[in-house]
Design a protein around this ligand. Structure first.
Ligand code: CA
Length: 228
């Protein structure tokens, strides 16, 4: 089988080289682009199997590159993995909204990088999520624009924070998020959101979800995920 090609879009040359080295050892062909514009051109003209896209780029940034890729039929189906620096966790949800399929935090561990690249390639691309898109997950329908959730046809009465946590987890079924990532993603103003309060919110959410409550799974020592 031909090697799968990964396009690395990263302006810091040493990080790009480190990614290239590790991905090549993992059996992938790697092409590097050092600006968002070059990355976009390459993805649109040559194609590839996966794009590793740095968030902070000179010129057009990673989020904008991701949006443009997802808006172009030549590249919309290519999965995108965002590269974020530590402390940019709040940008993860913006990345998902721009159409990214996963993210990895720098500095990364090579084993983790390869495992996630492999998982994304196996899963294929996620669809772009917009405010109007209704998210269907088993018996759940989540309406982001209206902040409404139906479970088996029954409308649930969720607080703003509960809704945001559910929506955040439901955007990426199967992915595990830490309490810290959940806190960062949810700017709740009706509750002082801390790691501990995430546990309280999740407990309330599970109760309100009733039979669907066990769709939110605890991953011991890590955080939570939505069962897929
Ligand atoms: Ca950068």
């Amino acid at each position: 089988m031909a090697k799968q090609t990964i396009l690395v879009v990263e302006d810091e040359q040493d990080i790009a080289e480190l990614l290239q080295y590790n991905l090549q050892r993992g059996g992938y062909k790697v092409v590097c682009a050092y600006t968002g514009e070059d990355g976009l051109d390459h993805a649109l003209d040559e194609g590839c199997d996966l794009i590793l896209l740095d968030l902070m780029l000179p010129g057009i940034d990673g989020l904008e590159v991701c949006r443009q890729l997802k808006d172009d039929e030549r590249a919309a189906a290519i999965p995108v993995m965002m590269l974020t620096a530590k402390g940019e966790e709040e940008d993860i949800i913006a990345g998902f909204e721009a159409g990214a399929d996963d993210y990895i935090t720098k500095p990364f561990r090579p084993k983790v990088l390869l495992a996630r690249v492999k998982a994304v390639l196996r899963r294929g691309p996620a669809r772009k999520v917009t405010e109007d898109d209704v998210l269907e997950l088993g018996p759940l329908s989540i309406h982001p624009g209206r902040h409404e959730v139906d479970a088996g046809g029954q409308k649930l009465d969720l607080t703003r924070t509960e809704f945001q946590i559910l929506h955040f987890l439901a955007l990426r079924p199967g992915w595990v998020f830490t309490r810290r990532q959940i806190v960062r993603a949810v700017h709740g103003d009706d509750y002082p959101v801390t790691g501990r309060s995430v546990d309280v919110q999740i407990a309330a959410l599970r109760r309100k979800l009733g039979d669907c409550g066990d769709m939110i799974q605890t991953v011991r020592g890590v955080g939570y995920k939505m069962g897929d």
